[in-house]
Design a protein around this ligand. Structure first.
Ligand code: CTP
Ligand code: MN
Ligand code: MN
Ligand code: MN
Length: 368
């Protein structure tokens, strides 16, 4: 048998697309703290510090052992002074005072509540916070606020939407979506992407990619009934469009951020038969579930699949790698070679990795 190569910190790539990151995280204590720090910087729109903590979290998620001494992180990429301080404190004190400060911060607490509503991002939270609003109760009670359709739906189905989606629910929704899409588009290919494709057991939504060999620029698929709430965004893709180099660029596919009504038979827990009839009438037999549906032209499908499978950090690093190491530009539609001035066609994710000169990374190893 060949020997197990020993771990060399300085050989760890700064790009998560050159690392294999499964869901088996030995350093959750640290990465949870980093993610809180990153989120707080996101709320402050400090992208540089935010990314610094997200990259560090991603490096520690990759390690095959728990960090217990400062020596363990020596030589690793993406560990700056700010990150190092947090690690040191967690090793010594068991927790980070900086993270605790953030968790107790009034602004962070408000933004955390506000952004938990579907349709509310940092911009809206900022506006509400400036108006003096602090809690969701205050938001709901405020009659002067102009809420978007999306935000109204987000508040209406709030309790269901904050309770996470299970794998079983994802499978149930997947059947419904597949059956429904196939009624309109018989040869459709419907694939679960996002966290569930990476093997996660829970998620905040379910992401689907829809294509079919004959599919033109955009189908009218999304304009047919099925959804409780649906915000359809029309395709804005222009043929031969050079990919965008932004860190978190939105793509141009026709898509919809939807809320689906998933009927689920309730198990009757009451042993008292007399109250049963009454209870059954009161009980809600469905759950609101967040679903992202993305429609892609057939030839862009592998790029869309790679982009929508994530993780977000994995996608960021793929694009950063393409730009800085290969002079190429990658987005959810295409890969453009700037030296050759050509678009690189791909029929599978494997071919995209090969174009980039990267070893293939399986979806469940992309949990960076
Ligand atoms: N994504 C994208 N373009 C968007 C929105 C999302 O390319 N406009 C990508 C994200 O980068 C991510 C993937 O699609 O990699 C799925 O996004 P999301 O559902 O937010 O995250 P998940 O990894 O599925 O995690 P969760 O369980 O929280 O849904
Ligand atoms: Mn998702
Ligand atoms: Mn998410
Ligand atoms: Mn999503």
């Amino acid at each position: 048998e060949s020997e197990v190569p020993s771990f060399i910190a300085s050989k760890v790539s700064q790009y998560s697309c050159q690392r294999k990151t499964t869901l088996n995280n030995y350093n959750k204590k640290f990465t949870d703290a980093f993610e809180i720090m990153a989120e707080n910087y996101e709320f402050k729109e400090n992208e540089v510090f935010c990314l610094e903590f997200l990259r560090a979290a991603s490096v520690l998620k990759f390690l095959q052992f728990p960090v217990t001494r400062m020596k363990d992180i020596q030589g690793l990429p993406c560990i700056g002074d700010r990150v190092r301080d947090v690690i040191e404190e967690i090793i010594e004190e068991g927790e980070s005072s900086r993270t605790k400060e953030v968790l107790n911060d009034e602004r962070y607490k408000s933004f955390k509540q506000f952004t938990s509503v579907f349709g509310v991002g940092v911009k809206t939270s900022e506006k509400w916070y400036r108006m003096g609003l602090r809690t969701l109760e205050e938001v709901k009670a405020n009659r002067t606020l102009k809420l978007s359709k999306m935000q109204k739906a987000g508040l209406l189905y709030y309790e269901d939407l904050v309770s996470c989606v299970s794998k079983a629910e994802a499978d149930a929704v997947s059947l419904i979506v597949k059956n429904t899409v196939c009624m309109f588009l018989p040869d459709a290919l419907v694939t679960i992407t996002g966290g569930f494709r990476r093997g996660k057991k829970i998620g905040h939504d379910i992401d689907f990619l829809v294509t079919s060999p004959g599919l033109k620029e955009d189908g009218e698929l999304l304009h047919k009934g099925l959804l409780l709430y649906c915000d359809i965004i029309e395709s804005t893709f222009v043929k031969e469009q050079i990919p965008s180099r932004k860190v978190d660029a939105m793509d141009h596919f026709q898509k919809c951020f939807a809320i689906l009504k998933l009927y689920q038979p309730r198990v009757d827990n009451s042993s008292n038969n007399t109250s049963r009839k009454f209870d059954m009438a009161e009980v809600k037999d469905w759950k609101a579930i967040r679903v992202d549906l993305v429609i892609t032209p057939f030839e862009q499908y592998p790029y869309a699949l790679l982009g929508w499978t994530g993780s977000r950090q994995f996608g960021r690093d793929l694009r950063r790698y393409a730009t800085h190491e290969r002079k190429m530009i990658l987005d959810n539609h295409a890969l453009y070679d700037r030296r050759e001035k050509i678009f690189l066609k791909a029929g599978s994710e494997e071919e995209i990795f090969a174009h980039l000169g990267l070893d293939y990374v399986e979806p469940w190893e992309r949990n960076a």
